[in-house]
Design a protein around this ligand. Structure first.
Ligand code: SF4
Length: 207
């Protein structure tokens, strides 16, 4: 928990200025649609920081909850605000990431959707002896992508990780490319290879 809070505040200060740009389009979007932004300062701030990080890492404003899939059509649909908002509001009360919801959503409904999201992401990670196996997570029914995805699993493990290297097993080549982008943005080394029917990447966290 303490490592999560340290990570939250690091990102908050890092993206403080860039987040103002996110706030502007979000306000405009909410006004047009009759939506509101999650009233929890921590949730909204975290999601705005994540949007800034997605833009800085992958060059586009992808959904803060899903790394790019490599499928151009799907990735276009996942640009925030994504094409799933209305449908997900019907199911969860808010969009998947609990960033947007109807303006008249009650505090309890916001909290319930935020809790659902946290439960989806705070699952045990398969980390053993410096090897994180990211495969086998449940798939989001609309996007067909894992929740939590490789990116969120790696980020969660790196919060407070002390070793110099982390090996990451991924399912698809696109995830290995995403890991390269994440590593480049964070100043880590990254290499990967296909072996025995799986892809194993190595993150070098220290020079
Ligand atoms: S689920 Fe919410 S935060 Fe994610 S892309 Fe869609 S609108 Fe944006």
């Amino acid at each position: 928990m303490i490592n999560m809070m340290i990570g939250f505040f690091k990102d908050y200060f890092k993206y403080k200025e860039a987040a103002k740009k996110q706030q502007k389009w979000m306000n405009k979007y909410c006004k047009q649609k009759g939506y509101a932004i999650n009233p929890s300062w921590m949730m909204a701030t975290n999601l705005k920081s994540n949007l800034c990080e997605m833009e800085a890492t992958f060059g586009k404003r992808y959904c803060p909850c899903f790394e790019p899939s490599g499928d151009k059509a799907l990735d276009k649909k996942m640009m925030c605000p994504c094409e799933y908002v209305e449908d997900e509001i019907k199911e969860y009360g808010t969009c998947h990431c609990a960033l947007f919801g109807p303006a008249d959503l009650s505090k309890e409904q916001w909290k319930a959707s935020s809790r659902r999201l946290m439960e989806e992401y705070q699952v045990p990670k398969n980390l053993k002896n410096g090897v994180l196996d990211t495969r086998g997570m449940p798939l989001d029914p609309r996007r067909g992508l894992p929740v939590p995805d490789m990116m969120h699993q790696v980020k969660a493990v790196l919060n407070g990780y002390k070793d110099d290297t982390l090996k990451v097993i991924v399912e698809r080549e696109q995830e290995a490319h995403n890991l390269e982008d994440i590593a480049a943005y964070r100043g880590y080394g990254c290499s990967w290879e296909q072996k025995d029917g799986l892809i194993e990447a190595t993150l070098k966290l220290k020079p």
